[in-house]
Design a protein around this ligand. Sequence first.
Ligand SMILES: Nc1ncnc2c1ncn2[C@@H]1O[C@H](COP(=O)(O)OP(=O)(O)OP(=O)(O)O)[C@@H](O)[C@H]1O
Ligand SMILES: [Mg+2]
Length: 365
Amino acid sequence: MAEVVFKEVAKRYGDVSVIEGLNLEIRDHEFMVLVGPSGCGKSTALRMIAGLEEISDGTISIGTRVVNEVAPKDRDIAMVFQSYALYPHMTVRENLEFGLKIRKMARADIDRLVSEAAEILGIEHLLDRKPKQLSGGQRQRVAVGRAITRKPSVFLFDEPLSNLDAKLRVQMRAEIGKLQSRLKTTTVYVTHDQVEAMTMGHRIAVMKDGKLQQVGTPLEVYERPANTFVASFIGTPPMNFLKASLKDDGATLQAGTFTLPVPESQRSLTAGRDGKAIVVGIRAENLSDGSRPTRGETARIPATVEIAEPLGHEVLVYARVGGDDMVVAKVDPHRAPSVDQKIELVVELESLHLFDAATETRLAA
Ligand SMILES: Nc1ncnc2c1ncn2[C@@H]1O[C@H](COP(=O)(O)OP(=O)(O)OP(=O)(O)O)[C@@H](O)[C@H]1O
Ligand SMILES: [Mg+2]
């Protein structure tokens, strides 16, 4: 078992900087998800752990050992890619055995490891088939099986579920989560899908443009996003943002044509900062038309309904507030307002997120 530590890691291709100053500790036994939009450097970070990309600056260690100069095959890792990269001319059994044979393992040990992995993944009945005789989900299991048989210190996954249909993806996401909690192998899992990140990770690391934005448990990141990027990237629908400025010694947010009181618990962050430009973040579930029960202190904003999207268990209402700003609110499906209706949106004040408009970072003491 092993932890994986990035220290001041950078990756450059010629003059192009792809990752900068990356500091990240993945603990022993941890399931860490690297998440971020396309091109933010997730795969590059993973491939540097695997030794498939050189590290331009800084160090990566696995366990107690700095691995910058260690060959991929000596890093004690196993990687599962988006394209499963199974050998097409080999049976499932041969695919599972391949890495072990190369390491010249004894026949009896190979048989034991292969049948263990096949049992864990429920693919015993497929061992004599070739990859082309398998469904996408079955191929994916074989690819994971190949990683398991090697009993590595670290599993590396790069978007392993993105070739599967939506339903299978949900099922495999749960299976990989269960597998990791059974084997307890340190895991680094890359995805651009924030739902996958939230549901699978013990902790998630959010990246943007090659820079780490925030690391924390899914709930920490959801409840206290460090900046507006994380706030809008994590959670669906994305967080609403309203421009405002502080007045009344930080007790009031003036946003266009309406005001909101700053909740008592956040006054220490806003006091003495009158005139400061703030981005107010409100999640759709903290905004309703009063048809759902609310928590804590609330305030009301006049709004005009533009679109109502019924989702069955709830309706997403897109409404115009304070002139030109659009916000989305979650309302009771049985009492949804109609298009063009004038309503009052109810804001749960304790759930307001306040960001400095200049730096886009969360207001902090
Ligand atoms: N060999 C290369 N030469 C130059 N730039 C590269 C090279 N490989 C990758 N990049 C750039 O590095 C950046 C990060 O790429 P990376 O593959 O790590 O992104 P990603 O976060 O995994 O994205 P995706 O979600 O699309 O897989 C991208 O802007 C990409 O164009
Ligand atoms: Mg990638």
